[in-house]
Ligand binder design. Sequence first.
Ligand code: DQA
Length: 151
Amino acid sequence: MTASDLSIGVLNGPNLDLLGTREPELYGSLSLSGINSELEALGAELNAAVESFQSNHEGELSDWIRDVGRMKDGLLVNAAAFTHTSVALRDALLASGVPFVEVHLTNIWAREPFRHRSLLSDIAVGVVSGFGKESYLLGLRALCNHLRPSA
Ligand code: DQA
């Protein structure tokens, strides 16, 4: 594998399309397209092509994992509320066999108890939670380093 050939998918779950206006005191003022632009710019630095997808629907997210995500070298996954509930997304990620980093804008363990459980963490390479948009950027760096350990 050369330093230029990573292909990374970014999966965003429900209500993340509202970033920028959704509870900005928790989630920040940057829109999802703003985060995607920053990921693409960092991806260019890291020689990784970044393709992002968002849906509010569990089935669409599962379909993206099986149709698009499984072709990627690695995934960044913010499943949002489905993090805490979705066996279907867990199973789709397991079926894909693609390594992924779980990311959250907020620190899910510092919030309501129902957010403390993730159905994805134990099958993720790692988890970055609580750093706002930096969770995505740190997650992308960590994922690329994981996929290219010698780089
Ligand atoms: C979130 C945390 C989830 O608990 C919540 O449902 C979200 C966003 C985060 O990025 O902090 O929608 O995944």
